[in-house]
Design a protein around this ligand. Structure first.
Ligand SMILES: [Zn+2]
Length: 216
């Protein structure tokens, strides 16, 4: 039995590739074009997992699928291999945000940990958003101020168009000669983080954002 090896954002990426293939089929593109769309999707998916076993490669291989039903089964089968977001306790969260004396906590029991790239919740009254992410094997947290926007825009994390809010966070970057210096990073991010977690297909920006904010 293969161990769990797929991250949430990777499964989202695979779903997106399947959607592209289905889209090409619906448009009745010529067979050779469809074949290259499928080849490319397959190659991109395998590229996500450089150190796979033969068994894992077989699971990921979508080149022989043809019907919608087969694609659905393929995604469902892969879902069994989703790596869940690490379990975290309220105590750990409180430790992560020590400055927040009355930290509003997320409803951990009701969050689906299998579909999370990052954990996030808002404290609407304090205009704050908290984001927790596993960076290099360690769970780290960032606190942001947020300003709601009424416009739709691109989210920095998932790169999708949707309802976003403006989040800014003060980084730990310091200038030795100027103790008052602080650098803030602002981003437009999906207002609804569970939606964002369903759409995010890579963690490049998220990782950079955490590293910059934490001064790593
Ligand atoms: Zn997003």
């Amino acid at each position: 039995m293969t161990e769990k090896f797929i991250k949430n954002e990777q499964l989202n990426f695979i779903r997106k590739q399947v959607a592209l293939i289905k889209d090409s089929k619906q448009k009745n593109v010529p067979q050779n074009v469809l074949a290259s769309v499928i080849d490319l999707a397959n190659a991109k998916i395998l590229d996500l997992f450089p150190n796979t076993t033969r068994e894992q490669q077989e699971l990921l291989d979508l080149s022989r699928l043809t019907t919608d039903n087969e694609y659905e089964q393929y995604i469902r089968r892969l879902s069994d291999f989703l790596l869940p977001f690490p379990q975290i306790t309220e105590q750990q969260l409180k430790k992560m945000f020590p400055k927040q004396k009355k930290l509003k906590l997320p409803d951990l029991a009701n969050i689906d940990h299998s579909q999370l790239t990052y954990l996030s919740w808002n404290d609407l009254r304090a205009n704050k958003k908290f984001i927790v992410y596993e960076l290099d094997g360690k769970l780290v947290g960032i606190e942001c101020e947020f300003t709601p926007t009424s416009k739709k825009n691109l989210c920095s994390f998932c790169n999708c168009f949707g309802e976003v809010a403006y989040f800014s966070t003060v980084t730990k970057a310091k200038k030795p000669k100027n103790p008052d210096y602080y650098k803030a990073i602002g981003n437009l991010i999906c207002a609804d983080s569970s939606e964002c977690n369903k759409k995010i297909t890579n963690v490049e920006y998220l990782t950079t954002f955490f590293k910059d904010s934490l001064g790593i």
